[in-house]
Ligand binder design. Structure first.
Ligand SMILES: C[S@@+](CC[C@H](N)C(=O)[O-])C[C@H]1O[C@@H](n2cnc3c(N)ncnc32)[C@H](O)[C@@H]1O
Length: 303
């Protein structure tokens, strides 16, 4: 039922005629006074517009306004298809995973990883851990290998069925080490280095983990450098797990090093774009790399 499906509601109720942006909601959700498009650049209206994303997210049952960024990127670049495997790095509180889960139905699978504990969105497998830790990355790769799709060809499936337990373990471990076939279709990274927690210890942390940690320090260089480390870790993971033709989306904070990252991405992927979604706050330096169609046979170590 459409009414029970937040993302269906979201996409089906776009106010296209008045607002070319895919984010305005229709009359069913907001009164006319709140639906009008911004026609001037006044600060008040800009602020109202921005607040709409947070409000819309709440109304739609989305875990955060960040969902709109991924929805915009997906509508422009067609990132998702039914049945895909998506890894969502820095998933908490979970709105990107919600979008990915919805867009890869049926038979898709979404795996989220985050430093902080958060209630996993329905149907999403999650890990809590620091993705910069090689041990955590290995755990995730092993999980993907062990819970992978069933082989499409019957003969291959039969072949695996006849393997001994030890052979099956070896098979999974080879995949986890990156020696087996890459099986991930899309790697998303919205990670941003969290600041030390100073308050909110008594809040409802699982359902609203955002209140626990800020995601930027406010120091441009520090945010940039931290984001480059996270992007590089995400890219290494994508290089190890992404199938040829797969896509990679990565948040970064602009700075002196992002050009180098872009050059590496261009060697690994067929098409690379920079994107600042409309729903990303204009005062934030966050930007996204969208890298499409991973090239076969090129590894990050080679570029
Ligand atoms: C902006 S939030 C992600 C929002 C998410 N895309 C959504 O739609 O709900 C960034 C997340 O990255 C996580 N993060 C930052 N550094 C990380 C790391 N080293 N390992 C795992 N998660 C990390 C933070 O804990 C935070 O939850």
């Amino acid at each position: 039922m459409a009414a029970k499906n937040p993302l269906h509601l979201l996409t089906s109720s776009l106010c296209k005629r008045h607002c070319p942006s895919p984010y305005r909601l229709a009359a069913t959700l907001f009164p006319e006074s709140q639906r009008r498009c911004s026609s001037s650049n006044s600060r008040w209206k800009q602020r109202q517009g921005r607040d709409m994303f947070a409000r819309d997210a709440k109304v739609q049952g989305l875990k955060s306004r960040a969902a709109f960024k991924l929805l915009e990127m997906d509508s422009k670049y067609r990132l998702f298809k039914p049945g895909q495997t998506v890894v969502d790095l820095g998933y908490a509180p979970g709105s990107w995973s919600q979008v990915a889960q919805e867009r890869t139905r049926p038979n898709g699978r979404v795996i989220g990883i985050d430093l902080i504990p958060a209630q996993p969105p329905r149907g999403v497998a999650t890990f809590q851990g620091d993705f910069l830790s090689p041990a955590v990355q290995k755990l995730v790769r092993e999980f993907i290998a062990r819970t992978g799709r069933q082989p499409a060809k019957k003969t291959e499936a039969e072949e695996i069925e006849t393997l001994s337990y030890i052979d099956k373990e070896r098979h999974a471990s080879e995949e986890a080490d990156g020696n087996g076939s890459a099986s991930v279709d899309v790697v998303l990274s919205d990670m941003s280095a969290p600041w030390d927690q100073t308050s909110g210890y008594t809040s409802n942390t699982l359902t609203n983990p955002y209140h626990r940690l800020m995601n930027t320090s406010g120091v441009a260089f520090r945010d940039h450098a931290g984001s480059m480390d996270l992007c590089n870790a995400a890219l290494q993971f994508a290089s190890d797990t992404l199938r040829p033709g797969g896509h990679f989306v990565c948040k970064f904070y602009q700075g002196s090093e992002d050009k180098k990252l872009e050059e590496r991405l261009r060697k690994l992927f067929g098409k690379v774009s920079r994107e600042k979604p409309e729903s990303s706050r204009s005062e934030s330096r966050e930007t996204y790399f969208i890298a499409l169609k991973r090239k076969a046979g090129v590894l990050v170590e080679d570029v």
